[in-house]
Design a protein around this ligand. Structure first.
Ligand SMILES: [Zn+2]
Length: 634
């Protein structure tokens, strides 16, 4: 059996044969024909399959097996090395004649021989991997192996008790979406069962196997949850029940699905501290081009339709149901950004705060670079493991659940990522706090205030608040030191720097900001009548959206886009990538207006913006955002 003699794709042939095989015989005559056909097929099957399994075609490069981990516990069913022989095994199983050795051992021997003759190099590497796995299992600490044995025994008792108490939900009907991802078993019920005698042997085994983790003296006043072995016993029981609910079957202590959870218990208990994660759902963000890619500590997910729940549940089991409202309207036009961090010893906020800041800055950078219209919708925080000793949290991020129909969806591409990370660094520099003297608190740059107001303009507050936020953000970017003629200064600086020698664009910005400032003054001074109502401003711009809220949204979006470019201009003019900073983030040593009235200086400043945006490879940064798209009529 050195060289296969038929070169056709086996799987397709097999499937055709199997289909034939399943068809019931119609009549007596048919039955006779079928039995003859059956024998013929059987022979053909034997000929086709036995030597024709070539999953790697002619490629015998074993490198894919060389870097496989063999650590204990080993997830064999997910390991490409450990399952490499299985196609031959199943073929041998199906095609073996009754006279042959049909024991598992005999079939395995035949399968290995076929594998070895087809792919000798791969076979050698796989055998080496399996040897390493066996050695790792032999060398695994006895105490840790005892934990697995005790955990399985505890599950038998715990599941029986949980069933008696009614924590195990009925298996939902096939095709029913109702119980897709919950309801989850009652946590305190599981804790109570874990505090009973039934869990004692497991708790003792955990203490013995992982002394550093469970070293806290019993009876101490406060025990962090992850140092309490009873929490792990409860979490294990809960995880097995929950996994069975999602998979729609009866939870058992010794099923194939339970084994990975038992292994996860080892991974969770053996690590130093806890792992926490944070997951954000952001509207109007298309991450399809970077789906499942990781960059700079963040991972991106772009679920296909109706797969959003799966993303949340697979990254952070149970988080979907952590709190109401858990629903995710418009998630079909949203993207997920995820980050996790291990080794946490304290409160989860200490870890998730850092993760949330990292994701938040990246989301802000995306908005600055694209002018996308979507707010942050949800933030989930918790442990990215089925066995979690603390409950996940879910935090809705928008006040207003109803979104506009006119939107701008940002698509992030792989080549944008490094520019976005650079932009995050610029944002971080703007947000740095200056050192305070003595007891005094340090200050932050005005651009940092602008960034905060700009972000808040996405939160779905009432429009008056958004107008004030945008006006404040603009003032923080382009406002003069003294408060004289602030409106005029803002308009002039914005028209110079954002118009960039485009007369029509400069004129537009000038007019838009005049309207924004009038509206802001009317609001803040409580004037009896608006100089121009928002409706009049919309009419003047010829807006004809179906809903008044969309017209207002378009007006606010126009102002927000000017604020976006104002923030970007300040960040880029303070950067050192293309030369000395022209307008530093702090201090007032630059005579801004004096520079802007000189054509040569103005040209230099505007050119700097163009060069910086090109250096970041984010050309949209300094350009007006593309028009909003009407999703109502699409
Ligand atoms: Zn393996």
């Amino acid at each position: 059996m050195s060289e296969p003699w038929i070169r056709i794709r086996t799987t397709r042939r097999q499937r055709a044969l199997d289909l034939d095989h399943d068809r019931p015989a119609q009549t007596q005559g048919d039955a006779a024909k079928t039995s003859i056909g059956h024998v013929r097929r059987r022979i053909l099957y034997l000929v086709v399959t036995l030597a024709e399994i070539r999953p790697w075609e002619d490629n015998d490069d074993p490198s894919e097996f060389t870097s496989l981990s063999s650590d204990w516990p080993h997830a064999s069913e997910h390991c490409p090395g450990c399952v490499a022989v299985s196609p031959w095994f199943w073929t041998a199983h199906f095609s073996a004649e009754p006279a042959q050795d049909r024991s598992v051992r005999g079939l395995l021997r035949a399968a290995r021989a076929a594998f070895e003759s087809a792919y000798p190099s791969r076979y050698r590497e796989v055998e080496e991997h399996r040897r390493q796995v066996r050695r790792a299992a032999l060398e695994a600490p006895v105490a840790a192996k005892r934990v697995q044995a005790e955990a399985a025994k505890w599950l038998v008792r715990g599941l029986a008790e949980a069933r008696k108490q009614g924590f195990v939900a009925k298996v939902p009907r096939e095709g029913s979406r109702q119980h897709f991802d919950g309801p989850w078993p009652y946590w305190y019920g599981c804790v109570e069962i874990a505090q009973s005698e039934a869990a004692e042997p497991l708790l003792a085994a955990l203490r013995e196997a992982y002394p550093a983790r469970f070293d806290a003296p019993s009876g101490s006043a406060y025990l962090p949850p992850y140092k309490d072995p009873a929490r792990y016993a409860a979490a294990l029981l809960r995880a097995v029940i929950a996994e069975a609910i999602v998979a729609r079957r009866r939870p058992t202590a010794r099923s194939r699905a339970t084994r990975p959870i038992l292994e996860e218990l080892h991974r969770a208990a053996a690590q130093d501290g806890q792992t926490f994660a944070s997951l954000w759902l952001i509207d109007d963000l298309d991450l399809a081009a970077v789906n499942r890619q990781s960059f700079d500590g963040l991972t991106f997910h772009a679920p296909r339709e109706l797969q959003d729940q799966n993303v949340v549940s697979s990254l952070m089991p149970e988080a979907m149901w952590a709190s109401e409202p858990y629903r995710m309207p418009h998630a079909d036009r949203g993207g997920f950004i995820y980050a996790s961090q291990g080794g946490a010893r304290g409160d989860h906020w200490e870890t998730t705060k850092v993760l949330n800041e990292r994701i938040g800055k990246f989301a802000l950078a995306i908005r600055l670079a694209t002018g996308s219209t979507g707010p942050n919708r949800m933030v989930w925080m918790g442990e990215p493991s089925w066995i979690h000793v603390e409950m996940p949290e879910a935090h809705p991020q928008v006040e207003n659940q109803i979104l506009g129909h006119w939107r701008r969806v940002a698509a992030v591409k792989p080549e944008d990522l490094s520019g976005l990370v650079d932009l995050v660094a610029l944002i971080g520099r703007a947000q740095e706090q200056s050192a305070g003297k003595g007891q005094k608190q340090g200050t932050v740059s005005a651009v940092s205030i602008a960034l905060g107001r700009y972000s808040r303009s996405y939160a779905g507050l009432i429009w008056q608040d958004t107008v004030l936020d945008l006006a404040t953000a603009l003032e923080a970017c382009f406002g003069p030191e003294n408060k004289e003629e602030i409106g005029l200064t803002l308009r002039t600086r914005a028209a110079h720097l954002l118009g960039r020698n485009d007369a029509a664009r400069a004129d537009e910005i000038y007019g838009d900001l005049a309207d924004l400032y009038d509206l802001r003054s009317d609001l803040i001074h409580g004037n009896a009548r608006f100089r121009h109502t928002p409706q009049e401003l919309c009419d003047a711009r010829g807006y004809a959206h179906t809903f008044p809220s969309d017209r207002l949204g378009a007006l606010l979006d126009r102002w927000r886009d000017i604020v976006r470019r104002a923030i970007v201009a300040r960040l880029l003019l303070a950067d050192t990538r293309c030369g000395e900073p022209l307008w530093p983030l702090r201090g007032n040593q630059v005579a801004v207006d004096r520079c802007l009235v000189r054509p040569d200086k103005r040209e230099q400043w505007c050119q700097r913006l163009v060069d910086e945006a090109a250096a970041l490879s984010l050309p949209l940064l300094i350009e007006p955002a593309p028009p909003l798209i009407d999703y109502l009529h699409r």
